[in-house]
Design a protein around this ligand. Structure first.
Ligand code: SF4
Length: 362
């Protein structure tokens, strides 16, 4: 379990991924920014501080959001369909997306001390509650807890495993290789948000110089046996060009696998991009068609409740296999992990159950 940080603020613990640079300076190794913190300094995300030459993570056991969510809300469509994910968020992020949907809790550089309303929740309490409520998994979600609250996530994930629960990360994938090494053995599934397929977008919209670390995280997680699904939020005029979506789809097919579930989500104006309109239906249709034509077998549309492309179809014969409406699973028609009509193997992890509804625990 994490050790408290000597001389640090209340609720701070020692960060596991750090490097002593001498002279009181310390480098954080949790994400590709590799922030160098002078004595008293704070990293880009705002959640890691240098206390006496030691890297400390703030707000251990302080959470901003807790809910029982359908696993489909993550979104994960091929991982225990119809199950519940005990979903937890903290505060802070290592990207600075101008369109962030959870910007109240997910902006970097905002000191976590500015959130006096955070709720106390130890790893033991989180796992106990998840079991009591009948969750199948614990999801680290809403902001970027997997990176900015890594110590709490690691401790919780270990206890969750012992209690028979799965661990799920909903993430921007902007991780260092060291973070992948530390987290992958504890994770069962991840939804990685690939925000665009250009460095220019990552620079302008997310304040990251390159998308490469995100792509590397995706491939590394898959290589280590973590079930991965990808989300691509389609934003008019910024990442919705046919060629960009084609290049993304080709990369998925070639480097990640053509059975990887890909979710193209509809953009809603948010935060600093309220002037950008919602994604037109035709653009989402184009993205779906392009991805299918590039050989991706399981392509979904998100934030369009009722669209038939929320459901799973057999890529070989077209038989509907899992019917969904929004986050609800209406029915599952798999037979021993295969299409009941043609027998094609369908890559779904765990059992599939029908289920409706979700609720908030805060
Ligand atoms: S996790 Fe935060 S402090 Fe660490 S390298 Fe990333 S942005 Fe910097």
């Amino acid at each position: 379990m994490a050790r408290s940080c000597p001389g640090g603020p209340p609720s701070s613990v020692e960060a596991g991924l750090s490097e002593d640079l001498g002279g009181g300076r310390v480098r954080c190794l949790a994400c590709p920014r590799r922030c160098v913190l002078p004595p008293g300094g704070r990293g880009f995300c705002g959640t890691k501080v240098n206390v006496g030459g030691r890297l400390c993570e703030l707000n251990y056991s302080k959470v901003s959001s807790v809910a029982m969510d359908p696993i489909e809300k993550k979104p994960l469509f091929h991982f225990m369909p119809g199950s519940w994910a005990y979903s937890v968020g903290t505060v802070g992020c290592n990207l600075a997306c101008r369109h962030c949907q959870n910007w109240e809790i997910s902006q970097p550089g905002v000191p976590p001390e500015r959130f006096p309303w955070l709720r106390d929740l130890t790893p033991e309490e989180a796992v106990e509650q998840a079991v009591e409520l009948g969750a199948s998994s614990v999801a680290y979600t809403y902001n970027e807890p997997t990176v900015v609250s890594m110590e709490w996530v690691v401790d919780t994930a270990r206890l969750a495993r012992e209690a028979g629960l799965k661990n799920v990360s909903v993430t921007n994938g902007y991780w260092s290789p060291e973070a992948v090494d530390r987290l992958a053995p504890l994770l069962d599934a991840a939804n990685v948000d690939v925000k665009a397929f250009s460095d220019e977008f990552y620079g302008k919209v997310a304040a990251a110089p390159s998308m490469r670390p995100v792509l590397d995280t995706v491939v590394s997680l898959v290589d280590r046996g973590v079930h991965v699904e990808l989300t691509y939020l389609v934003i008019p005029g910024l990442n919705d060009g046919e060629e960009e979506i084609r290049a993304f789809s080709r990369w998925v097919a070639d480097e990640v696998g053509d059975d990887t579930p890909v979710h193209f989500s509809r953009f809603h104006p948010e935060f600093k991009m309220r002037g950008v309109p919602p994604t037109p239906a035709e653009t989402l249709e184009m993205a779906h068609e392009v991805a299918r034509s590039e050989g991706l077998n399981f392509v979904y549309l998100g934030n369009v409740p009722g669209d038939p492309r929320e459901s799973t179809y057999c890529p070989s014969c077209g038989t509907p296999l899992i019917r969904r409406f929004g986050f609800d699973v209406l029915d599952c028609r798999l037979s021993g992990g295969r299409c009941p009509s043609c027998g094609r193997e369908i890559p779904i992890v765990g059992p599939c159950r029908s289920r409706t509804g979700f609720y908030d625990l805060m």
